[in-house]
Design a protein around this ligand. Structure first.
Ligand code: EPU
Length: 293
């Protein structure tokens, strides 16, 4: 058991045995032995360096919207950055990792800036979105990133310019770093046009996705070619399939929703069942899009 004493120097920003279900959109997850909310990148850096020197594992949590956390919890340090900073100069926005993506999209719209519309309706934090190149069929966040400031695995701060950054389908080369601040290069466009596009994307999502339910969004990646994961699961007849409190959404088959007191174990069992069925019916092996801790 990690002692509370060890974290004396961070007492103002630290909680112990914090239930992580409070911090995930699935409302699932056991306690974090140590839960720290740094208020600045400098604070994140000192927490990270300290944990590294003590050999304590560190987990970085964003908005918890693409993650399934096990029921036993995390016997280590979970860092959830708390600094909410945003500034704009002409078409460039600088924003901290903890900033909610939806608020960022709104700020961009209000400023008459285009480029973030494809992110409308995605419930993550900026840091999480950048880490996994969040997006959808209309585009991804990676397309508008100019630079990213991080704390690297050695505990040093550095800034990665666009040429060093690599973004793919729900993946980036930032996965070993802690994202601190992101600089976005957007384009001017009439506010009304940006608003219309965002409204259209949101309306489509409301129609096709269970946005009001507790979920972690799409569970599986779409295969590189052929039918989407949602279509494959749907065709296998799995909508409504439930294990414990976890159920394949009736609305979009690539979403698993928490219908009551789902345990991580229920979701994992359901994931296995879906994979098995889809493989039997189509010969396709689905790959996870969500992260599991
Ligand atoms: N479909 C079905 N049954 C379903 C769901 C979908 O037949 O239950 C069919 C649809 O009719 C459509 C096709 O599958 O022909 C694709 O579905 P959809 O347009 O809903 O898009 P998707 O490929 O399932 C992707 C992203 C979403 C993103 C949307 C919209 C992945 C795995 N999913 O979904 O991302 O919101 O496009 O841009 O890439 C997420 O990342 O968490 C996520 C939800």
């Amino acid at each position: 058991m990690i002692s509370k004493q060890l974290f004396r120097q961070f007492s103002q920003i630290t909680a112990f045995n914090e239930p992580l279900k409070r911090h995930t959109t699935f409302s699932i997850g056991g306690p974090a032995r140590v839960f720290i909310k740094p208020r600045s990148l400098a604070e994140t850096q000192s927490v990270y360096k300290f944990c590294k020197s003590e050999g304590i594992p560190v987990y970085i949590l964003g908005a918890g919207s693409n993650i399934l956390i096990n029921d036993k919890g995390i016997n280590g340090v979970v860092i959830k950055q708390a600094g909410l900073i945003i500034s704009r100069k002409n078409t460039i926005i600088k924003v901290s990792a903890a900033y909610p993506l939806m608020r960022l999209v709104k700020r961009a719209i209000d400023a008459g800036l285009s480029g973030l519309e494809p992110l409308a309706g995605i419930p993550g934090s900026v840091g999480g979105a950048v880490m996994m190149n969040a997006g959808g069929k209309y585009g991804e966040i990676g397309q508008v990133i100019k630079s990213v400031s991080v704390v690297n695995r050695k505990g040093e701060t550095e800034t990665w310019q666009k040429d060093k950054l690599k973004f793919g389908y729900r993946i980036s080369n930032l996965n070993k770093a802690i994202i601190g601040e992101v600089v976005l290069q957007l384009k001017r466009r009439k506010t009304q046009l940006v608003k219309n596009l965002v409204s259209a994307i949101l309306a489509e999502k409301c129609q096709t996705q269970p946005l009001r339910d507790r979920s972690a969004g799409c569970v599986f990646k779409n295969p590189a070619s052929g039918p989407s994961a949602g279509a494959l699961i749907d065709r296998a007849g799995l909508k409504g399939l439930a294990i414990g409190g976890a159920m394949v959404s009736h609305n979009h088959a690539n979403f698993i929703v928490n219908t009551g007191n789902a345990k991580a174990g229920d979701v994992i069992a359901l994931i296995d069942r879906i994979k098995e069925f889809v493989f039997k019916v189509s010969g396709i092996r689905l790959e996870l899009e969500i992260e599991i801790w």
